[in-house]
Structure formats: C-alpha cells, structure tokens
Design a binder for this molecule. Structure first.
Ligand SMILES: Cc1cc2nc3c(=O)[nH]c(=O)nc-3n(C[C@H](O)[C@H](O)[C@H](O)COP(=O)(O)OP(=O)(O)OC[C@H]3O[C@@H](n4cnc5c(N)ncnc54)[C@H](O)[C@@H]3O)c2cc1C
Length: 428
C-alpha cells in the first residue's frame, strides 16, 4: 500500500494549495513556524517515503521518545510529530534547567510504583519491567549523554543542563527519520469508514486548516485540554485534571516567625519543602479547593507523651528562678499547647507553583488502556503516553520516567503492529 494523496485532505483557508516545504535536515523536517508556511508538499514527503503513518500529538518527552522508538522498530513507518509550540519545552525548564531525567534509587518496580499517587497499583505490573529507570539511563548514555545520580536518587545529565537531553532526543529523532512539525495544533480526531484516524490540524497564526489521515495515533499531549478533548472524541473518558506538586499559601504572621529550612520549609508566604510537595501530590484531589492544613510538628512523639513532657517541664521550671508566668499556666492550657504541637491548623488560602517541578493529576483513566502496550481498550491503533494519562508522580524524576516508559512501550507496540501489517501486505 502506498500513501496516495487522497489519504489526506489539505485545506488552506478555503482552497487547496501547495507552497514551500520547510527545511529538510536529512529526512527530519523542521518547520520553525513563524517564517515558513506548512504545505501540501511537506505532507506528501511523508507519503512517498512510507507505507503507513503514525501521527504523534505532542512533541514532549513521551511523544518524541515514543516516535523515535516506533521508527526504530519499524523503519518503513512514516512517523510525524505535531507540536503546537516548541518541542521538549518542559524538558528545557525541568529540574530548574538541569532536567531530573529519572530516579536512580528505585530500580524495583514495586518500590517505584509507590512514588505515583495516581497509578501506584497499576504501575506494579509490567510497565517499569519493560522500560524502567535503568533502561532510561542506559538509553541516554548509549546515545551520548553522561548522567549522574545524586545522593537522593535524582538523575541529571553531568552537564547540569537540560539542553543535553534535548539535543540528544532531537538528534536521534532526526537520525531515525522522525518528522516534526511545530506551531500546529491537532484540534479534532475522527474515525474514518476504513478505521483510520482523520485529524484536523490547525495553524492559527496563518489561519490554515489541514486534514491528515493516520493509521496509528499516539496522543502524548501532556496536560493540554486539547489533548483531553481528542481522547474524548475518540471514545475515552477523562478523570478531572487537578494540579499536583504545589506549595501552600498561608496568611499567618505567626508562621512567618518560624521561617526556616527543613523537610517542611516555612516561608513568609506559607509552606513548601519536600514534605509539603509530597502531601500536595498524595492529596492533590482533596486539596484542589482551599482548605485547612493540620501540621503535626512532632510526629514521632505520642500526644500523651507530649503532655507529660510539657507538664514535667512546667514543674521543673516552677522550681527555677521563680518563672511565675510559666509556672502559673493552668494544666488545661498546657494540654492545649501539646495539642497545638500535634495538630496545628492553618487556613490554606491558595496554591503556589513549585518552580522545579509541576504536574497534573487526572487524564485518561488507566482502566481504558493496556499498560502492556499503551493501546486504547476503546479504539484499536490509538495509543497514549505520558501525562495525558491519569498517572503522576512525586518529585524526583518520576514524572519523566512515566513519559519515557509510556513512550517507549507505545512506540514499540506501534512499530510491531506496523511490521505485522507490512508482512501481511507482502503475503497478499
Ligand atoms: C517547571 C517544571 C519542571 C519539571 N521538572 C521535572 C523534572 O525535573 N523531572 C520530572 O520527572 N518531571 C518534571 N516535570 C514534569 C514533567 O515535565 C512532565 O511530567 C513531562 O514533561 C510530561 O511529558 P509529556 O510528554 O507527557 O507532556 P509534555 O512534556 O507536556 O508534552 C506535551 C506536548 O504536547 C503539546 N501539545 C499538547 N496538545 C497538543 C495538540 N493538540 N496539538 C499539538 N501539540 C500539542 C504541548 O505543546 C507539549 O509540548 C516538570 C514540570 C514542570 C512544569
């Protein structure tokens, strides 16, 4: 089967047109967007070089990694990544610009799964066995990126620059023949009579619309609403998206006096630090609307022990230097002090964004896909990977690991299906 032009309907502002085809970096077409116009000839480039087409929605970590893998497994497959902005833009800003690629302290899949507030049960299966943190680290080092594991398990490029990861992925995409088009949004997806995906792609800057027909569709659109809408159009449901990994804004002057660094970081505007981020992740859904936070400042000591320690100290103090104020505090008030230490309440007035990492909980429910293949249980040849799924992790590289694992598994299985299809065609 060849890509016949009729497989695509190209529609630009009301009429069919052809124009220039963008720059071709050895099979890797890059369309800078602002200066060059997307054209019919760029689409036909994909058509003439391959038999079947995979369209990947989203050039983020999951999309690019998945696209490369699909192309490696099935070199004859046309692989086209559509990215509405710049590719790998979150990789760029991730980890404070250093990119925390994965976590090197969690090789065991059961331990690994515990770091995912959404997905912790489902990810205990084959997901990380197929492509886990060690595989990710091997992949990047095999492709020329030296990595280091910090004491807390976070893995970064030795360069301490996310550009190392971006350059590596872009080079591999180019080398394997993945096509990337930027500045375009996939705005709708329907199923044709022949079971293929008819995608509407818009380039808003020049008010153009085009239609592409794809044999395989990988939705790797992160937390974008457009991505969720595509999933719904193709028969999926969406678990309401809510932010995860945030800090708590608290307007409490007494709290500001406690400013300091520790697992719970107290600042003049509220609370942050590892403990708070972990809490925000596990409680993302409950904490969606502002509420009251109860802090146990001494979690290792039982309330009854706290009471007796305070009362004992009062008795001690009473004997020293006539500390009348302390000594005269009634027992009930001391018990209140103990309760306050164990259960201090703060009104949370809002969420602050943690600049190093941020993720969305919610998305396509895991019950609607197979985590062994990342294929939809609703629509054959439809795949998902990354944050678009109802998977999110705590800080430490777990969110990128979800993107690498999902992208790799999806790419592998799309590639295998494409190989099977081409063998069947040859047999006919
Ligand atoms: C500031 C920040 C720092 C972070 N740091 C880390 C870190 O150090 N380690 C870690 O593990 N995680 C980190 N994360 C989380 C991590 O970036 C995400 O979990 C990860 O990027 C998800 O990858 P993805 O490919 O699923 O989605 P994304 O990276 O969001 O990529 C999706 C892409 O799809 C595009 N897109 C969406 N809809 C459409 C459409 N309809 N048509 C065309 N294109 C579309 C988007 O423009 C986007 O480029 C960080 C997040 C933030 C915000």
């Amino acid at each position: 089967m060849n890509f016949a032009l009729s497989r695509f309907v190209l529609h630009f502002g009301g009429s069919l047109k052809t124009a220039n085809s963008g720059r071709n970096y050895g099979g890797f077409l890059f369309f800078p967007g602002k200066t060059r116009r997307f054209t019919a000839s760029s689409i036909s480039k994909v058509q003439t070089t391959s038999e079947e087409l995979l369209v990947v929605v989203g050039g983020g970590a999951a999309g690019v990694y998945g696209a490369i893998r699909a192309k490696i497994v099935a070199p004859h497959l046309g692989v086209l990544v559509i990215e509405k902005a710049k590719p790998l833009s979150k990789v760029k800003i991730s980890g404070g610009g250093r990119c925390n690629v994965t976590n090197g302290h969690s090789a065991d899949k059961m331990v690994l799964a515990e770091h995912y507030p959404r997905g912790n049960k489902e990810l205990r299966g084959s997901f990380f066995s197929i492509h886990g943190p060690v595989d990710t680290m091997t992949w990047f080092s095999d492709h020329g990126v030296d990595l280091k594991t910090e004491d807390d398990g976070r893995v970064f490029p030795v360069s301490d620059s996310s550009s190392s990861i971006i350059d590596c992925l872009m080079l591999e995409a180019k080398r394997s023949g993945v096509l990337l088009q930027t500045g375009k949004v996939v705005t709708s997806a329907t199923i044709t009579d022949s079971g293929k995906f008819l995608l509407k792609i818009e380039k808003r800057t020049i008010d153009s619309v085009e239609y592409v027909e794809a044999d395989y569709l990988l939705i790797a659109s992160g937390s974008s609403r457009q991505g969720y809408a595509l999933a719904v159009q193709l028969g999926h449901s969406i678990v309401d998206p809510v932010p995860s990994l945030f800090t708590f804004k608290i307007a409490d002057t007494q709290l500001a006096e406690l400013s300091g660094v520790g697992p719970m970081l107290v600042t003049h505007w509220g609370l942050s630090g590892p403990v708070i981020l972990r809490l925000s992740a596990w409680g993302a859904r409950d904490l969606f609307s502002s509420g009251t936070l109860f802090v146990d400042f001494i979690p290792d000591i039982h309330i009854e022990d706290v009471k007796s320690i305070i009362i004992r100290h009062k008795n001690q103090c009473a004997g020293i230097g006539g500390d009348i104020l302390w000594a005269s505090i009634p027992k009930n008030s001391l018990i209140s002090v103990a309760s306050l230490l164990k259960q201090c309440s703060f009104g949370v007035t809002g969420k602050g964004q943690f600049k190093d990492e941020f993720v969305t909980a919610g998305g396509v429910p895991l019950s609607e896909i197979s985590l062994k293949t990342m294929e939809s249980r609703v629509q054959p040849h439809l795949f998902f990977a990354g944050e678009v799924l109802n998977i999110d992790g705590v800080t430490g590289g777990f969110n990128f690991q979800n993107a690498w694992s999902g992208g790799y598994i999806a790419g592998t299985n799309i590639g295998k299906l494409a190989l099977d299809d081409s063998l069947k065609e040859e047999a006919v």
